[in-house]
Design a protein around this ligand. Structure first.
Ligand SMILES: C[S@@+](CC[C@H](N)C(=O)[O-])C[C@H]1O[C@@H](n2cnc3c(N)ncnc32)[C@H](O)[C@@H]1O
Length: 248
């Protein structure tokens, strides 16, 4: 199966054209819309293993704590006020992690049946989920400032140019002490290139490509970390978190 965690390390790259030139947004939306709206489906074939999501969410929590210790202006144990879950799906990350570190979490997600789940959720009724934008990240123009912009397992649906523009818009939408985190799979293609996956029409980028994108978007990587704790026998793609702050 496709894009997220779920990816087993077996993809063969087609080097004839840049991987991102094959991205077809309509095909991605068709793919995701064809799946039932459950948290486990956000994780593809690994969704059948509840431990997988637990380990992954705990890894995010630990990573964010380490990032906060690097930024003295951010109170170590305190809440972020305004967060946003980008490429939120049905809110797995908000439910399992972001709601514990942010007072309010907005959501950006292009698949209407997923945002409908969020709209009708208890978290929305409780005011933990704030504004919900049913739109792809390539068309999202943040209308407010965020303390935490969390973007996970979805930027493979954006072309390189769209990703640079998106990260740059996020840079401008961070509060003075705000942090952006991008958490994604990494390409392990032997030729060192990004890999295209036709199942969900997405790309898996190399670490070098992510660094180039962040540089071009005017962001510094203040911390990065490979997710640990997954069983080795699953042969998953590496999952890396990057914490970004605007270049000064
Ligand atoms: C692997 S799921 C991850 C969902 C969530 N971030 C999580 O970790 O549980 C990928 C998500 O990306 C969404 N997606 C597809 N195209 C997108 C786009 N252009 N912009 C933002 N998200 C997109 C899909 O609808 C799906 O909800």
């Amino acid at each position: 199966m496709s894009e997220a965690v779920h990816k087993l390390d077996v993809s063969l790259p087609d080097s004839s054209a840049p991987a991102d030139s094959k991205i077809d947004h309509a095909a991605s939306i068709r793919y995701w819309s064809s799946l039932p709206s459950t948290s486990s489906n956000m994780l593809g074939m690994l969704g059948q293993y509840p431990w997988y999501s637990r380990i992954e969410l705990q890894g995010s929590k630990n990573f964010l704590s380490k990032v906060r210790r690097l930024l003295p202006a951010v109170p170590a144990g305190g809440q972020f006020h305004q967060g946003v879950d980008c490429g939120a799906g049905v809110g797995r990350v908000t439910e399992g992690f972001l709601r514990h570190v942010c007072t309010v979490v907005d959501a950006v997600e292009p698949v209407a049946k997923f945002t409908q789940v969020l709209q009708e959720s208890q978290l929305k009724k409780d005011g933990v989920v704030g504004d919900i934008y049913t739109v792809g990240l390539e068309d999202w123009y943040p209308g407010k400032q965020y303390d935490l912009i969390w973007t996970q397992w979805c930027v493979g649906h954006l072309t390189d140019a769209q990703l640079i523009q998106y990260v740059s818009r996020c840079r401008d939408a961070l509060t003075e002490t705000g942090i952006m985190v991008v958490k994604e799979n990494l390409s392990t293609a032997p030729n060192g290139l990004d890999m295209y996956d036709e199942e969900d029409s997405s790309v898996t980028r190399t670490d070098a490509k992510f660094k180039l994108v962040f540089e071009q978007a005017g962001m510094n990587v203040i911390k990065s970390e490979i997710q640990t704790g997954f069983p080795k026998n699953f042969k998953l793609l590496p999952v890396k978190s990057y914490a970004l702050r605007p270049k000064v």
